[in-house]
Design a protein around this ligand. Structure first.
Ligand code: TTP
Ligand code: MN
Ligand code: MN
Ligand code: MN
Length: 355
């Protein structure tokens, strides 16, 4: 029977940017399974079908409570026939045979380096280093040299210790620059595969010189294990770019940093440090807000925010700008709230962007 109280506003949106997704996931039993299916497809190179499972999992993560009856899924978006079948099987049998099959599959386990939970982090590590590196081989060498360390998740405590190191170096180079943590830690995650920082320089042009100087300083401190500096290719006249993926043209670097341990946990090897992946980005001041939004993620949240802007609002959003196609103008934004407001969206806090 129809519920007169079920107002359309209360319906779950198919866009992640219209949902609040905290880390409090009430449907982990389903989302873990859907993410295994997604990851398996990615390992096989099937990005399209993989995205469908990722979207289904992401939607379930935003629900305020666990699914109890299967009928509840009838009114939910982002669920295809396959995702529904998996949910149905799990709610009836407690697990999915297809997911179990994948988890036991030699190929899947090998691809995940058979290292349990942290291995997918290593896989992403290599992928992110290789994707962004000019030199594939040096990224891979670094990936393997520091394999053990960088495949271990980075804790919030380690991220805070790194923030002090990065801040100290940045301020030493430019006392008026500021450093903010972004990526997963800004969304409130307790662990990450790396630590992401965004640097704000108040004077034009300084964003181009700060990263080489910071890298030089890390080198002189003997804490730099690997660095891949990407010079800015940002050109105001070429905006808006038509690249809606998580790539941008700002000055940035992908680093591996030596982080001193609090206690010598690895006394056996006499090693009092661990290697950690660190990403730094330094956008021009007038691009800061768009870059901050883009680098805060999550990847799926940003993907949907851009898709929503384009399909529902006729606007183009990327890490550099927000452009209105109807008026052919760039929309200014001092804060992230301004960007959501331009798009006619309720503001979603960083910790609600874990889509
Ligand atoms: P990641 O560090 O890859 O992901 P994360 O921090 O969300 O997760 P984890 O805790 O596992 O590290 O990327 C952070 C965000 O930065 C992501 O939304 C994509 C974005 N990004 C860009 O916008 N441009 C870039 O060039 C890169 C490398 C990332
Ligand atoms: Mn809750
Ligand atoms: Mn990160
Ligand atoms: Mn990163």
């Amino acid at each position: 029977c129809a519920h007169p109280s079920a107002k359309p506003e209360s319906a779950v949106s198919p866009y992640a940017c219209q949902r609040r997704t905290t880390l409090d996931n009430h449907n982990k039993i389903f989302t873990d399974a859907l993410e295994v299916l997604a990851e398996n497809l990615e390992l096989c190179g099937n990005q399209g079908p993989s995205l469908a499972f990722r979207r289904a999992a992401s939607m379930l993560k935003s629900l305020p409570a666990a699914l109890r009856r299967l009928e509840e899924t009838q009114h939910l978006p982002c669920l295809g026939e396959h995702s529904r079948a998996i949910i149905e099987e799990i709610s009836e049998c407690g697990s999915s045979s297809r997911v179990e099959e994948i988890l036991n599959d030699e190929r899947y386990r090998t691809m995940k380096f058979s290292q349990g939970n942290s291995s997918h982090i290593f896989f992403r590590q290599c992928k992110s280093l290789v994707c962004h590196s000019i030199s594939y081989s040096s990224a891979l060498v670094a990936g393997f040299l520091f394999y053990e360390d960088i495949s271990k998740p980075v804790s919030r405590t380690e991220a805070s210790a790194l923030k002090i190191i990065v801040e100290e170096a940045v301020i030493c180079v430019n006392p008026s620059a500021t450093v903010s943590i972004t990526g997963g830690f800004r969304r409130g995650k307790e662990f990450g595969h790396d630590v992401d920082f965004i640097i704000k320089t108040p004077e034009a042009g300084q964003e181009d010189v700060i990263l080489p100087a910071v890298i030089k300083r890390f080198k002189s401190q003997n804490i730099l294990l690997y660095s891949d500096l990407q010079e800015s290719t940002f050109d105001l006249r070429k905006l808006p770019t038509h690249c809606f993926e998580a790539m941008d043209h700002f000055s940035k670097c992908f680093l591996i940093i030596k982080l001193k341990r609090e206690q010598e946990t690895d006394a056996r090897a006499g090693k009092d440090w661990r290697a950690v992946r660190v990403d730094l980005v330094a956008p021009p001041l007038e691009r800061f807000t768009y870059a901050l939004l883009g680098w805060t993620g999550s990847t799926l949240f940003l993907r949907d925010l851009r898709r929503f802007a384009r399909l529902e609002r006729g606007k183009l959003l990327d890490n550099h700008a927000l452009y209105d196609k109807a008026t052919n103008t760039f929309l200014p934004a001092k804060t992230e709230e301004d960007i959501f407001a331009h798009l006619g969206l309720e503001y979603i806090e960083p910790w609600q962007r874990n889509a």
